[in-house]
Design a protein around this ligand. Structure first.
Ligand code: BES
Ligand code: MN
Ligand code: ZN
Length: 496
């Protein structure tokens, strides 16, 4: 989908489909002329009362404009919309516009004072890209896909065109990043294997000019990643450590390193999961997919930062040679781990990836993982669990979550919980019992991240939806892109 910002008066909008955001029950003054050109049809539609005052209410109808029949979608933003209203309205508007089956459309922005035009266009661009996505690759007779390819934002002639273009680019890049993450998450595990993820990383690298390196089993052995390799043992799919580098910041500036959990299928291993709903464990690589989606967006936006992605990816399968309860492995960091439950595999692959991350002399490391069912018990499907060993970093991430509506909530990393990870036979155990399961998983990771600023995002509840609308959500790409973009803005300000 392509977007353009056109500083033209609304009545010059030429497409056969128009999206008209309104705020409240009055036609914005900027739409008066357009209303006259439709012989008052817009005003009549609005006065009809079918469009409610609630943000996201839509009313689609046909009107005649310049002798042509034009489909208009009135979109209620709400009287004094908060950011969350703008986002939900944008999603509803996008769905209504896409339902019109048109290849091109004009979005007429004649916003009343107090509604930020750039936030509005960013939300609309993001929503249009996200709502356009379908996962129908395996359907013999898929429903027809949306055909909207060109969206023009008609803005006031005096508008800040460059600023609005930047906002649209930001919204669209976040949307496309989310869609990449969703696509990889939705693909079944017999397609999206560790090798497939590595190939995707190479493809993304070529497309966006990133340096990509894929480390295979022999190299992982040489590095001493025995904890990671223990998880991979029971699978016929070879494990991969994928490293992507996007260097567009100051030369020598320390990078942010994103570390992703890429379990392409989590059967639980010998500690086998129950059968019901096990199909959803194809989503256990959403942390890895988030790294790719976020890096794609950062590169598309040409953010002036240094960013590294590290993805540990393998399958967790039962087999004659699989990792077993009671096995003791030596991690790359040198700590020995007693594997009391093979289903707590995410931390086993992440600890080695986090140790590896240190070689980039990171400014900050953020790992993203569908790590624990316990996080879903704590926070449901609303907020991502956030942990950090650094206060300003936690604040930055919470701010980005707040700003984007991609919610996160901080949970503690207190040493008191380390007690639960004690092992009779090794330096630590890989499970800490039922109490505070998301916290003890994070505390396990904390043992491997003492040398740098680090945050952990437990996305078990937020990376996908179950039920009728089963599918990957693309979270927390918005949060992470905002976090990185804010850092880029901050660096630019400091340089001035
Ligand atoms: N991938 C799962 C976590 C998960 C479960 C994510 C349900 C989304 C939905 C993880 O590898 C896992 O199995 N964790 C165990 C840990 C336990 C054995 C300590 C869990 O949460 O049950
Ligand atoms: Mn598991
Ligand atoms: Zn898992």
């Amino acid at each position: 989908m392509e977007f353009s910002i056109n500083p033209v008066s609304p009545e010059k909008a030429a497409a056969s489909h128009l999206l008209l955001p309104v705020a409240g029950d009055k036609l914005p003054s900027g739409l008066q002329k357009l209303d006259q050109a439709t012989a008052g049809a817009l005003g009549a539609l609005l006065a009809g009362g079918e469009l409610t005052a609630k943000a996201g209410s839509v009313l689609a109808s046909h009107v005649t404009l310049g002798g042509k029949l034009v489909r208009v979608v009135l979109l209620q933003l709400g009287e004094a919309p908060q950011a969350a209203d703008l986002r939900s309205a944008a999603a509803a508007g996008a769905r209504a516009l896409l339902a019109g089956k048109t290849a091109d459309a004009d979005v007429v922005l004649a916003l009343p004072k107090g509604i930020d035009a750039s936030e509005t266009v960013a939300a609309l661009a993001q929503a249009l890209v996200v709502e356009e996505y379908r996962f129908d690759d395996f359907k013999s007779n898929p429903e027809p896909r949306p055909v909207l390819t060109q969206v023009n934002f008609a803005v006031a002639p005096k508008a800040d065109v460059a600023g609005l273009e930047a906002a649209v680019a930001r919204g669209a890049a976040v949307g496309r990043g989310m869609n990449l993450t969703r696509q990889l998450g939705n693909l079944p595990a017999n397609v999206c294997t560790p090798t497939y993820l590595a190939d995707e990383a190479v493809r993304l690298g070529k497309q966006q000019g990133l340096k990509v390196q894929v480390l295979d089993q022999p190299e992982l052995e040489k590095l001493g990643m025995n904890s990671f390799l223990a998880v991979a043992k029971g699978s016929v799919q070879p494990p991969k450590l994928i490293v992507l580098e996007y260097r567009n910041g100051k030369k020598g500036a320390k990078p942010v390193v994103l570390v992703g959990k890429g379990i392409t299928f989590d059967s639980g291993g010998i500690s086998l999961k129950p059968g019901e709903g096990m199909d959803e464990m194809k989503y256990d690589m959403c942390g890895a997919a988030t790294v790719l989606g976020t890096m794609q967006a950062a590169a598309q936006l040409a953010l002036p930062i240094n960013l590294v992605g590290v993805i540990a990816t393998c399958e967790n399968m039962p087999a004659g040679n699989a990792n077993k309860p009671g096995d003791i492995v030596k991690s790359m960091a040198g700590l020995s781990i007693e594997v009391l439950n093979t289903d707590a595999e995410g931390r086993l692959i992440l600890c080695d990836a986090l140790t590896y991350a240190a070689r980039f002399e990171p400014e900050t490391v953020v790992d993203i993982a569908t790590l624990t069912g316990a996080c879903i018990i704590a926070l449901g499907h609303v907020a991502t669990g956030l942990y950090a060993n650094d206060e300003p970093l936690a604040a930055e991430l919470l701010q980005a979550a707040e700003h984007t509506g991609d919610k996160a909530w901080r949970l503690p990393l207190w040493d008191d919980y380390q007690e639960q990870l004690k092992s009779n036979f090794a330096d630590l155990a890989n499970i800490g019992g039922r109490p505070a399961g998301s916290v003890t998983a994070a505390c396990f990771l904390a043992r491997f991240t003492k040398d740098y600023r680090w945050a952990h995002l437990d996305i078990a509840g937020t990376a996908w939806k179950s039920g009728a609308a089963k599918g990957a959500t693309g979270r927390p790409v918005p949060l992470l892109v905002e976090f990185l973009a804010e850092r880029a803005r901050h660096a630019a300000k400091k340089a001035k």
